[in-house]
Write a protein that binds this ligand. Structure first.
Ligand code: ZN
Length: 457
């Protein structure tokens, strides 16, 4: 069997034997040393073993497929590969409430009925079910993001990747949209110990509400989320008016989009917003959530993005040369999620991959019939974003930047304020928001007990 591999110096008269093929990286460096940037990959393969349930769209095994592609392309040779430990309870409690975490630690599929009285309080249901090992699953993916943040802080990495993270809907007191523990908030809190200003950018199909809510009243984190919005689509938030509060006013930016946005419009809009945001806010670190449900053909999706366009956002953010934590998020067609995240790993490493997938990876049959890194995912949904609408969106988002007089109060040379104090101030506001959500939920449940749960992301 001739195994096709892609080499810069490949000659049609030279055939590689299997052993040589295995040892030949299937990538071409774009720049010789990635501009000196150190990239790290934070991974714990155990995370892909958990199972939300047969009918549930969240499939942790998409992470295993991603790892197989990354390893199959030989990308591990270009970066530091860390097997991460689970987050400790103490680390998770830096953001989440004790009673919620205690519940996640104790509940199991066998004893869950004993906890029925608090299901509503913690938002347990069809979207966020109780499954075997739920707390271990959360602590593993959260541990990856914490490890990534630690390596950035220590200067051991310039770009730290955790594809198992990015669970942006989780709230301090409750689960939401398939997310239980918010690893992004934990990672950002850690970065804030050293970084005066962190910019969070979210390209998931859904609004990054959990992260926005956590940092809604501080100017030390700016959140910028691109997502579908029509007032009903999950999680129902993310319109222009949500701009932050108190010191955080004008530090929550939302880009509400309609169905079917295409590669060109998305990239153009993304660049034209991200560039002035970075130049105005002047973050010292960036966290990029790369939810892959914004790709075309996603099981729960409604956009038309191809993998290259999704990856172009990653490339653009990287081009600013700031310390970067890169996490996953949504994404419900595993064969495309894994292709996108493997491709984006190559973008961060500044190497070009052979579009033909490595022939020797496990589960190759998932990627048929094309076995290509870049299947056509576009054109399945009508594009409801007119040029005029997008121009209006851009203008409204950038309007917020006019209120920022350069970078905010915390300067580079001044030690950031005590993180514990910051958390105490936030506590009261988050508690109020949780209670009002809980009231709405109770009312809604009382009104319509027969309603079956919807599947969100
Ligand atoms: Zn999503």
């Amino acid at each position: 069997m001739v195994i096709t591999t892609w080499r810069a110096d490949a000659s049609p008269t030279f055939f590689l034997d299997t052993k040589s093929t295995r040892n030949t990286p299937a990538y071409l460096p774009i720049s010789s040393n990635n501009n000196g940037l150190k990239v790290s990959y934070h991974n714990n393969e155990d995370v892909s073993r958990y199972h939300f349930g047969t009918r549930h769209p969240m499939k942790p095994f998409r992470l295993m497929l991603t790892d197989h592609l990354v390893l199959g392309y030989g990308l591990h040779e270009k970066m530091d590969f860390y097997k991460t430990r689970p987050a400790t309870e103490e680390e998770i409690l830096q953001f989440h409430s004790e009673d919620y975490i205690d519940f996640l630690q104790r509940v199991t599929p066998e004893n869950k009925n004993e906890f029925e009285g608090v299901w509503s309080k913690f938002n347990i249901g069809d979207d966020c079910p109780i499954f075997d090992g739920i707390y271990d699953y959360c602590s593993i993916y959260a541990g990856g993001s914490l490890d990534a943040s630690r390596k950035l802080i220590a200067g051991q990495s310039d770009i730290a990747i955790n594809w198992s993270g990015g669970l942006h809907h989780a709230k301090k007191f409750e689960a939401s949209g398939f997310c239980y523990v918010n690893d992004i908030v934990l990672g950002i809190l850690n970065l804030l110990r050293y970084h005066p200003r962190v910019l969070y950018i979210d390209i998931d199909l859904h609004h990054g509400d959990g992260v926005q809510e956590a940092f809604y009243s501080t100017d030390r984190v700016m959140t910028l989320s691109f997502h579908k919005y029509n007032g009903e689509f999950f999680p129902g938030t993310g319109n222009f008016e949500e701009i932050g509060t108190g010191l955080g006013t004008h530090h929550s930016l939302n880009v509400p989009l309609r169905d079917g946005i295409d590669d060109f419009s998305y990239i153009q809009l993304f660049r034209s917003i991200v560039d002035p945001v970075i130049n105005t806010y002047r973050p010292t670190a960036i966290v990029l959530q790369c939810g892959a449900d914004s790709l075309g053909c996603d099981r729960l999706g409604c956009f038309n993005l191809n993998i290259r366009a999704h990856g172009e956002c990653v490339r653009f953010v990287k081009s600013f040369g700031l310390p970067m934590m890169v996490v996953g998020g949504g994404g419900y067609t595993p064969r495309n999620v894994s292709r996108a995240w493997a491709y984006e790993t190559s973008v961060l490493l500044d190497v070009e991959l052979d579009p033909t997938l490595p022939a020797e990876i496990p589960f190759l049959n998932y990627f048929g019939p094309d076995f290509n890194l870049h299947p056509n995912l576009a054109g399945k949904v009508d594009n409801r974003n007119t040029r005029k609408y997008l121009e209006g969106v851009r203008a409204r988002v950038l309007e917020q930047l006019r209120y920022l007089n350069g970078a905010p109060s915390v300067q580079m040379q001044v030690a950031p304020p005590d993180i514990e104090g910051f958390l105490e101030e936030e506590e009261e506001r988050l508690q109020e928001e949780h209670e009002s959500r809980n009231d709405v939920r109770n009312e809604w449940e009382t009104k319509d007990r027969a309603r079956t749960g919807e599947l969100y992301a």
